[in-house]
Design a protein around this ligand. Structure first.
Ligand code: ATP
Ligand code: MG
Length: 289
């Protein structure tokens, strides 16, 4: 009961603050660290709490979110970019009320869009965004000019890394790159494939120290997800791991992460009235080429 009341308060607060959804980009430096699996299960867990969530596969050309949930989408963002459908028609039904836009296949279409299409994209985003509490972008690994514009337009960034030094170095490089363009976007960090909670904490602590000493800023720990073969099984079965086995260690950890994320939403200061919304920021970035 208490949890439900708290969730309701959080929802009301979000609704009051902002009619636009919260926008989150899930990024990593190194590829293959678990962005798509974690962003899918994270989105489902927000949807299970009664939120309206849109998950946007930004790995255009190599999108695989639809495969991870057992749908092979005929329609993707590429169809919109090619002008054959509206953005609203690219929104598909996922599990538990989750909506998603598939990444499709083909080359990245975002770089070098003509101004007319960019304008249409931004306009249609404005319309569909109104329907959601959260819009989550599963970004491809690394940064391109096109994806950087998206990343710089969101309100929050979730950085995924594993404890491997290679992944951590790339995670730091990614944060530095973003930080130098915009030092105000909050960084949340999730350590994936940790061998233990302790390793997760140590990894976060190391990363946090480096960020503090070189970039002079704080990062926020959302938690760690253990290395769990259930995720590999879930991928093979094409069922999001949180639904495949909700009792698995990875699923429990993920739920803890989404609970922590929601609690933080509640305790945060309201978004500054001056801060531009995602769509206006994106428009600015896309048109300033
Ligand atoms: N916590 C985990 N435990 C065990 N295996 C995992 C875990 N997280 C991810 N994996 C494995 O790593 C693979 C890659 O995960 P995923 O596709 O989510 O990464 P990604 O960061 O989205 O990759 P890309 O950079 O290519 O988009 C999964 O198919 C799964 O086999
Ligand atoms: Mg991915």
């Amino acid at each position: 009961m208490k949890d439900q009341a708290e969730e309701l308060r959080i929802k009301l607060k979000l609704a009051e603050e902002n009619s636009a959804p919260k926008t989150i980009a899930v990024v990593s430096g190194k590829g293959g660290v678990g962005k798509s699996n974690l962003s899918l299960s994270f989105s489902i867990s927000l949807a299970l709490k009664g939120n309206k969530v849109l998950l946007f596969d930004m790995d255009m050309g190599m999108g695989n979110l639809d495969i991870l949930m057992g749908n092979t989408s005929e329609i993707s963002i590429v169809d919109f970019l090619e002008g054959s459908i509206s953005l609203k028609d690219a929104v598909m039904d996922g599990p538990k009320g989750l909506k998603y836009i598939a990444g499709g296949s083909g080359l990245s279409h975002l770089v070098g869009l003509d101004a007319g299409l960019v304008d249409k994209f931004v306009k249609e985003l404005t319309v569909i965004f109104k329907e959601y509490d959260y819009v989550i972008f599963d970004m491809g690994a690394g940064i391109t000019d096109g994806t950087l514009k998206f990343i710089l337009s969101v309100q929050e960034i979730v950085v995924i890394t594993t404890p491997e030094p290679t992944a951590m170095t790339d995670a730091y490089a990614m944060m530095k790159h973003i930080h130098l363009m915009d030092s105000a976007i909050p960084f949340y960090v999730v350590i994936n494939r940790a061998q233990s909670d302790k390793e997760g904490l140590q990894t976060f602590s190391r990363l946090s120290k480096v960020v503090k000493s070189f970039l002079d800023r704080e990062i926020i720990c959302l938690g760690s997800v253990p290395d769990d073969h259930v995720i590999q099984q879930a991928v093979r079965q094409q069922i999001p791991f949180i639904l495949y086995n909700e009792k698995a260690q990875a699923s429990k950890a993920l739920k803890g992460i989404s609970d922590k994320y929601i609690r933080r939403q509640f305790s945060q200061e309201p978004i500054s009235k001056n801060s531009l919304h995602f769509v206006s920021k994106l428009k600015q970035f896309l048109f300033e080429r």
